[in-house]
Design a protein around this ligand. Sequence first.
Ligand SMILES: [Zn+2]
Ligand SMILES: [Zn+2]
Length: 384
Amino acid sequence: MPASTHGYSEVLLTQLRRELHKYPELSGEEVQTAIRISRFLSDQKPDRIISKLGGNGVAAVFEGKNPGKRIMLRCELDALPIEESNQFTYRSVKKGVSHVCGHDGHMAILCGVASALGIQRPERGSVVLLFQPAEENGAGAVSLLSDKRFREIWPDYIFALHNLPGYRKGTVIVRERTFTASVNSIIIKLQGVKAHAGEPMRGNNPANAVAEIIGTLRRAENRRSDQPDFALFTPVYIRLGSIAYGVSADEAELHYTLRAANEAHLRKLEAFTVDQVQKVASDCGLDITLDWTQRFIATDNDPRLTRLVTEAAQTAGLEVIEAGSPFSWGEDFGYYTKEIPGVLFGLGAGNRVASLHQPDYDFPDVLLGTGADLFREIINLSLQ
Ligand SMILES: [Zn+2]
Ligand SMILES: [Zn+2]
């Protein structure tokens, strides 16, 4: 099928997106997805493909006709441990795993860019298309940045988009500096003493401590993400004892995510959490263990490059919205912007669609061309 004047075929991109959607893979397990992507990329004849980057990552390098800056566009390979509720023909064939964050769409968009670059190289500079593994668990960007082969393709600038339900399809959502929140997750384990359910006073049941921790963290929240002391403590999993009616529980586990607008404030929330949990445990005579996991640092968008994205969007005929406050979700893109000037921006996915990470979310195919065209404008402006 011939490519359109845009340098890609929307029909092919839609087919590819749906195939990726049908065969999702979890963070760190994106082996088949990486193979599918590599196959598509090699058809576009890049100058170089690097595989197994920081795990299952893939990068394709397209050199321009003359030397110049190197820019990188990044998307994500992984899906989520969520059972899809959609019934269409390309629904996930993997039980309990689905692309409900729209990373299938992000990958197909970059494949559209690859197709366009395969037909027409930039006048100067080079473009690296990066397919990153393990975004959802916060591990991928860190392992890529520490892979020594990443040094060989280290860019001057890096860009990524994330589809955003709740905004009109095709609008571009930008924000200078903090775009997504700083996030850390804690596992709190409480250990008391087991007893007969008829004699709980002979043991030490952690139920009250669990209630105390839930209440304390809820009261410390400020759910307004536009305020500097924005603080979210979200319980994601809580368990106490077991279903044994003769036994007064002796242990409990609480998993929380903590969110703040910047790293400094997140450090305060972490210290507060540790302090409060230790206080409750000592008041109740319980042993505790604390573990941290799935950390994401805030995305820090370079102001000049953010304006470049705005200009590119306007050139592509897209409406631009400036987000008044940072988004409360975490994105491991923050690890790149800590070291490389870059921008993460949103692409509106429509007002009447499911939210990200909901079991019926499906990336709108109509955005594949929009995203690819927008990235091409960003490439043009960055490499001038
Ligand atoms: Zn996600
Ligand atoms: Zn995502």
